[in-house]
Design a binder for this molecule. Structure first.
Ligand SMILES: Cc1cc2nc3c(=O)[nH]c(=O)nc-3n(C[C@H](O)[C@H](O)[C@H](O)COP(=O)(O)OP(=O)(O)OC[C@H]3O[C@@H](n4cnc5c(N)ncnc54)[C@H](O)[C@@H]3O)c2cc1C
Length: 219
């Protein structure tokens, strides 16, 4: 998504490819933010920024952004070539898809895991259950951080590959198999429009009040 925002220059401290076409870009944290918020990124001060969730914790010294290349896109093919010391342009953080200390379900597809990474790294772990959907086994970004802290409350749903300990099928299939979902907890959904809409419908069918479903759609 593009958005006209005030952008300021920052120097990239590092960029790491963590899966084919998927990167984590880092720069020194210039402001405070709340886990779950997004920022705008552009290649120039006057660009229409694309939005990205912050994937690092509120107190981390660096801001991490997780993104995948959209081959036909304007920003991400350029962003993927950035190396240590290059400049990018970023907005201040904003957004209301923010985590709390209350028990909640986190449901993500693909790079939609980023805001939950920020929440986990901020310490919002108690009472959280994370359902992460991905096409291939290498698309469960940050699993090495989630698994030790969430244990059995971290469920990976893989639509194309199978492996021990990983649910065989999409998030929607997994959720449909669950008999009862707590109606008084919040459900945070983040990822593609298709996933968010399908999951929301399943949750409503299972008796979750609409107001307990909070969504962030990446488009
Ligand atoms: C709240 C929010 C948070 C987000 N967080 C993340 C995140 O953490 N990580 C992440 O990877 N992504 C995230 N996104 C998505 C991100 O903002 C970008 O949309 C994505 O990275 C693509 O950017 P791009 O500049 O490469 O592609 P774009 O240039 O925006 O192009 C996207 C697609 O649109 C098509 N397109 C572009 N211009 C035209 C045109 N004029 N006519 C027809 N088609 C066109 C392109 O062919 C391409 O397929 C988020 C989006 C939102 C709304």
């Amino acid at each position: 998504m593009k958005r006209k925002l005030n952008l300021n220059k920052v120097k990239v401290s590092r960029q790491v490819q963590i899966a084919p076409g998927v990167f984590v870009l880092s720069f020194p944290r210039p402001w405070d933010f709340t886990a779950g918020q997004v920022l705008g990124i552009g290649a120039h001060a006057t660009d229409e920024a694309r939005l990205y969730s912050i994937a690092s914790g509120e107190l981390d010294e660096e801001v991490d952004v997780l993104f995948n290349i959209n081959p036909d896109g304007k920003l991400t093919p350029w962003l993927a070539k950035i190396v240590t010391g290059d400049n990018i342009w970023v907005s201040e953080p904003f957004g209301s898809f923010t985590g709390t200390a209350e028990p909640a379900w986190w449901i993500a597809s693909g790079t939609g895991i980023a805001p939950f990474s920020a929440m986990l790294r901020t310490g919002l772990i108690a009472g959280k259950k994370l359902i992460h959907g991905g096409r291939s086994l290498d698309s469960f970004y940050f699993h090495e951080k989630f698994k030790p802290l969430l244990g059995d409350n971290y469920v990976r749903c893989c639509s194309r590959d199978s492996a021990p300990g990983i649910y065989d099928g999409r998030i929607t299939k997994y959720l449909s198999t669950l008999n009862q979902l707590p109606a008084n907890e919040k459900y945070y959904l983040c990822g593609s429009a298709e996933m968010v809409v399908e999951v929301r419908d399943i949750l409503i069918e299972k008796g979750i009040p609409f107001d307990n479903i909070i969504s962030e759609i990446y488009f």
